[in-house]
Design a protein around this ligand. Sequence first.
Ligand code: 3PG
Length: 213
Amino acid sequence: SLPSPLSFVAKAPVVPVVVIERLEDAVPLARALVEGGLPLIEVTLRTPVALEALRLIAAEVEGAIAGAGTVINRAQIDATIAAGATFLVSPGTTPELTSAFTEAPIPIMAGCATASEAMRLAELGFEVLKFFPAEASGGAAFLKSIAGPLPHLRFCPTGGIGPANAGDYLALPNVVAVGGSWVVPSDAIRAGDFGKVRELATAASQLKRAAKF
Ligand code: 3PG
């Protein structure tokens, strides 16, 4: 069977989705998240320094569980694992990406936005699926509906989630965690205000989940 993300996602109700523009922000940002109670950190591969940021966080930040997000091809799987990623996240799945994921040695939250995509990934053995873009694809109402016919599927929704709606998702038994960038606002990072990040993380880490592990 495929490596399961469940023991990782059990550690915190929120997975911060991080965009790092300046390499020097990586370590203090990750430390603030860990101190705030959010050890899972999804470093998105959207900036030139992303891979190096991931490497630094994985190597230097005690307690961090560093993963890579926005993984869309096989080369990125190899590069992020070499950089120390302990889990991977994708926004969606193609046949090629899915087959590369099934060969990867670390847990993966593969992306889906429809019942059919979710069913296909579950058939292949993926235990936790990223539901993306969550708000635009039907939000908590979608996940509530899908739990009727497909109660065995578990999700980490991401995209458009924040303090106002995170609780709606986490109240659902098929939502193991939510992802989002709200705990790592770009203006706070730009200003070097990691105290703000720690504060937002602390609040997010206290969100209650209905899911059982
Ligand atoms: C992602 O990469 O998963 C999303 O872009 C994060 O979405 P958010 O910025 O709406 O939280």
